[in-house]
Design a protein around this ligand. Structure first.
Ligand SMILES: *Cc1c(COP(=O)(O)O)cnc(C)c1O
Length: 379
């Protein structure tokens, strides 16, 4: 590997991060209690317009907590996309449930036509429960992933969920800041339409706390329940009474200090991401579009190529980091035996999409350099 001169996606910590973290250290509030945690929860809740949010250790922990909070039971099935980072799917297994994999559409998010077709043709609905004819198991929920900051078709998904009594968990880990500008959910942010939503603040996400996550919902009790499970399910703080099994998933004050400084800059980050996306496009490069009728956060850019592996290698040799999209989850060892429904487009995109540098500190010159390399190689 050549030296990386232009990384794929790295943090940008040029706001008040140092000030807030220093203040947390000075106050000696570094663990899972402290004022920044609540301040950060409130800041996220206000930003995405929900009544409450619960901060946790990672997006993965958040998804696990949300699945437990929604009551997803062992032996049930959960519909998931195959185009996603694996952390959207693993928590299904953590709770003892089984995934059923769906294809994507041209936005790389779940194909709602196939989703509907699967529910009507491959399942039986008795007015209460949706039963998968293949496995005989109950399907209780759907995990929606807003891939790369694009938005899935939530209007159709919520309609299908309503018809078949399915719960909807939005994996909005990549889409903090994306919202609908038209349609039924105009003004609604990614993560706030389904029953629950989860954000991630991992180092490569649009804002970071080093590692961290946030659970949101319009139903405050669900958020409280998640927070309760994240803090060891402690019923009585003084006498340490626990009536259920809990988890040590709470965010620390240090992480939250970073997060608070980061969210102050989120709108600026989105502006930079949008501008760089447009610089790439104006060079003639073919990037997958973000949907009409939404304000995307432009988190990751997807370049379409016929020479995926060669391009990645060529960019690497020139100091530019890039990568293919994730290996499709239904083809990975832990999930090879799981049901996958008519996966076609996902395979096509898997072979062609390359994610290219998109950090918020990518300069215009760097973007121009990357596009020159790509245009030369793919000409
Ligand atoms: C990043 C990511 C997660 C997991 O978040 P972590 O904070 O890294 O645990 C889950 N799902 C998707 C789609 C992601 O991109």
């Amino acid at each position: 590997m050549a030296d990386v001169k232009i990384p794929l996606s790295v943090p940008n910590l040029t706001g008040r991060e140092l000030e807030y973290v220093t203040s947390a250290v000075k106050a000696e509030w570094v663990s899972t209690a402290g004022p920044y945690i609540m301040d950060f929860e409130k800041a996220i809740a206000k930003y995405v317009k929900v009544p409450a949010a619960a901060a946790c250790q990672s997006g993965t922990a958040g998804l696990h907590l949300a699945m437990m909070t929604l009551g997803i039971q062992a032996g049930e099935e959960v519909i998931v996309p195959t185009v996603t980072f694996i952390a959207a799917v693993n928590p299904v297994r953590y709770v003892g449930a089984e995934p059923v994999f769906m294809d994507c559409d041209d936005s790389l998010t779940i194909d709602v036509n196939k989703l509907r077709k699967f529910c009507t043709e491959e399942c039986l609905f008795d007015g209460e429960n949706l039963i998968n004819k293949t496995s005989g198991r109950k399907i209780s929920s759907i995990v929606v992933v807003h891939v790369f900051g694009n938005l899935a078709d939530m209007e159709s998904i919520m309609d299908i969920a309503d018809t078949y009594h399915l719960k909807v968990l939005e994996d909005a880990t990549e889409a903090l800041g994306s919202y609908y500008m038209s349609g039924k959910y105009k003004g609604y942010f990614a993560g706030t339409i389904g029953d629950m939503g989860v954000y991630s603040f991992n180092g490569n996400k649009i804002i970071t706390t080093g590692g961290g996550g946030m659970i949101v919902s319009h139903e405050e009790e669900l958020v409280e329940r998640s927070r309760f499970l994240s803090t060891q399910a402690k019923k009585d703080i003084l006498y340490f009474v626990h009536e259920e099994i809990g988890y040590n998933y709470r965010m620390t004050n240090l992480q939250a200090a970073l997060g608070l400084a980061q969210i102050e800059q989120l709108e600026e980050f989105i502006e930079v991401k949008k501008k760089n996306y447009e610089i790439y496009c104006s060079s003639g490069m073919k990037l997958l579009p973000f949907k009409d009728g939404i304000r995307s956060n432009y988190w990751f850019y997807s370049y379409l190529t016929k020479k995926r592996d060669g391009l990645i290698k060529y960019l690497d040799e020139n100091g530019v980091q890039s990568r293919p999209i994730w290996k499709l989850i239904h083809t990975l060892k832990p999930y090879r035996d799981s049901q996958a429904y008519q996966i076609e487009k996902a395979l096509w995109y898997y072979e062609r999409v390359v994610n290219i540098p998109c950090s918020t500190n990518l300069t215009e010159r760097e973007a121009a350099y990357v596009s020159e390399l790509i245009n030369d190689y793919d000409a």
